[in-house]
Design a protein around this ligand. Structure first.
Ligand code: ATP
Length: 300
């Protein structure tokens, strides 16, 4: 049985410039190359899930412009049901300006149409949520929309996974609906408001009503915790790194897919570490997402 997952989130066109070094303020540099690639955490995760073989639908917004049409086509080419992605006249498609240089980067995201994804959009696409087993969200669309979608999903008894990126203070009514939250270490520190130490920070989030917290730890893998249970770590994989952009997206893809397949949490995290390890060995967030076969045959 294929897991049926609805991703509610952002779609961006990423303009990626490769430069010999990062410019200083006011400087003009000659770059090496420029590429336009589909991105946005929502779209990355939707494409990644479809590549693993899940049944995926996406809910979001693009502008009524050239980038918007390209992003919709790229979802369709990636076997994602895009009927829940609406055009908006009042804003342009979300875009990210990314400069890569000497292994470092500068990124500016302009949310554009993503900021116009409203609770009313969730209401009109409720059928997609009804059909799904899992609702997977991030924080690149308005918090009010994420909160509303999480409440609707819970009322419909769906599993809610929240990748809290970019991190921001979250309302209690959202936290109460989250089954699995997947911060990285930076996001964890922001969400845990003043706590220090991995376990203490995770406990602080569990106390706010989230059922499971899974913290990604880069090459170290991930740690997870349920309320009242001990913290467990699932190690990552030693792989040659090509591009870690989208490692977090790949992890969420693997986790949601494995949970949707009915795997126990430690196995699901182990699978997610593998999906992410394959993805860091390749260039690009969406391009780097592996197929199920590639994950199954993965070895360090
Ligand atoms: P990003 O923002 O780059 O998408 P992130 O900061 O959200 O990533 P990380 O904790 O860095 O998330 O990585 C997510 C997962 O990717 C890790 O839990 C691990 O499974 C995998 N991963 C990340 N970096 C590496 C690495 N260097 N080698 C192997 N696996 C990695």
């Amino acid at each position: 049985m294929k897991p049926n997952i609805v991703v509610i989130g952002s779609l961006n066109m990423d303009m990626v410039v490769q430069a010999p070094r990062l410019p200083v303020m006011g400087e003009t540099l000659l770059g090496k190359s420029m590429q336009f690639v589909p991105g946005g955490k929502g779209a990355n995760q939707a494409i990644g899930l479809a590549r693993l073989g899940a049944e995926v639908a996406m809910i979001g917004r693009v502008g009524k412009d050239h980038f918007g049409s390209e992003l919709l086509s790229s979802l369709q080419a990636g076997w994602v049901n895009s009927t829940g992605v609406k055009n908006t006249e009042s804003a342009e498609t979300g875009a990210a300006s990314i400069v890569l240089a000497e292994g470092d980067n500068i990124i500016i995201v302009v949310p554009g149409a993503n900021a116009r994804c409203t609770p009313a959009d969730i209401e009109t696409q409720i059928e997609l949520i009804e059909r799904a087993d899992i609702v997977l969200m991030q924080l690149e669309i308005p918090l009010a929309t994420v909160t509303y979608a999480a409440k609707v999903a819970k009322q419909l008894q769906k599993t809610v996974i929240l990748n809290p990126a970019p991190a921001q203070k979250l309302p209690p009514e959202l936290l109460a609906c989250v089954d699995y939250m997947t911060p990285n270490e930076t996001e964890l520190a922001i969400l845990a408001e003043g706590q220090t130490g991995l376990e203490e920070c995770m406990d602080a989030i569990l106390t706010q009503g989230v059922r499971h917290v899974i913290t990604t730890l880069g090459a170290q893998g991930a740690a997870y915790k349920e309320k009242g249970k001990t913290l467990l770590r699932i190690p990552g994989h030693q792989v040659p790194v090509v591009d870690t952009t989208g490692a977090g997206d790949a992890f969420n893809v693997g986790l949601a897919y494995a949970i949707g397949c009915g795997h126990a949490l430690p196995d699901a995290i182990s699978f997610a570490n593998k999906v992410a390890a394959v993805s860091v060995g390749r260039f690009g967030a969406q391009q780097g997402m592996p197929t199920l076969e590639e994950v199954v045959h993965f070895s360090e």
